[in-house]
Design a protein around this ligand. Sequence first.
Ligand code: BES
Ligand code: ZN
Ligand code: ZN
Length: 470
Amino acid sequence: MSADFSFLAERPELRFADSIKDARPLILVRPDALEVQLASLPQAQADFVRAQGFGAAAGAVVLLPGATGVAGALLGLGDAQACERVRFALSLAATALPEGAWQLQGDLRQDALYEAALGWLLAGYRFARYAPDAPPKARLVCPEGLDRARLEAMAAGEAFTRDLINTPASDMGPDELEAAIRLLADHHGAQVSTISGDDLLTQNFPMIHAVGRASPRTPRLIDLRWGESGPTLTLVGKGVCFDTGGLNLKPGASMGLMKKDMGGAATVLGLTHMIMQLGLKLRLRVLIPAVENAVSGDSFRPGDILISRKGLSVEVNNTDAEGRLVLADALALADEECPDLLICMATLTGAARVALGPDLPPFYTDDDALAAALSKAAQAAADPLWRMPFWAPYESKIEPGIADLDNAPSGGMAGSITAALFLRRFVTQTPRFAHFDIYGWQPAPAPARSRGGVGQGARAILTALPEVLL
Ligand code: BES
Ligand code: ZN
Ligand code: ZN
């Protein structure tokens, strides 16, 4: 069991510069104000900038020569359209600038400053477990008015999420996922208990057992608790450490990325780190059904009917719709305690991606105030989300007749909605419930997000908490 998560160790690239002393100016400049800016610089510097063809495009950087090396740099803000199109564009400076501390200068609205500072930290993330990948050496001085501890907690939580997703299933099975959770819990003084293997049957988690039993890597339900007082928040995350599809085997091209099928768990755990690191006054519970959806003689089959923890019978019409099965038993347990807020995160459907693409995860809730707070927080935290409906007229699609529920309605129309409706059947007492159908993967490098695992929604939820819970 290896659990090498350096996010718990010092990772200076995920932090701001400690000292403002010797920090060089990083001057923000709009394309339409470039000439005025250049006029204020010494002639030699202005000529140098002009000679480079610097046009202040979003995230473009040009160094300013000084008597003893680099005196500072200009950072382009781009035009309004560029800022709308590219999230975290200014974070390109983090990798473009030489070693040392840098301090932003110039006018920037508070929200843009927040995005720039957060993006800078996120741009420092590297996954170097299997091959060296040196992080950038330029450090930003935390801009005035921003909450340094909060931004650093967000960056560390996001790094944890990415590490968990990027680690291949060979080193991130249910056992290793549990080890990582225990490491996180130890770091913050949280309690962890686990129900695994046949105990899942005796303690009534039949669907977690059914999905995970084909793998020699024991399925389990991991249960973390933290916090003594305050409102109760329960987070549930899909922890399918690898999704072959089961007997309804995925074709090769679709299986390739399925180490990321624990992205819901990873994102929930990144959020858990943020909450604990910031010492929020709430009682937190985190439930992770951790399984591998494998193929063997013991696999659950198409046509099987499972009796869930809640007592609802479920016809398995596709063993590849396994996420909703393991989540249903975990959500039923969460619901028994009736927390003030229940949040579920899962790489649940390909249909969510067809609808909104990899960068904009849908979320579902019946609570309009919660939805409004999440949408506002998503904007503020540079963590986009889009509300989709628990569309009751589609309830009939998940009712197969032979059992209470169908895990994979034929035709697949509205696949993300029917999956969400399926989950909602298991939450009947909790006043506020939200489900996030995330992708958890950055397909191509973008500012502040290298290709690979990525957290989605955690910062938005963290940002919404004061309004909805605290
Ligand atoms: N883990 C997948 C969903 C997924 C696929 C998320 C690709 C992100 C990218 C999930 O277990 C799954 O296979 N869902 C099926 C459900 C269907 C069989 C009803 C899907 O979305 O195709
Ligand atoms: Zn699947
Ligand atoms: Zn899956």
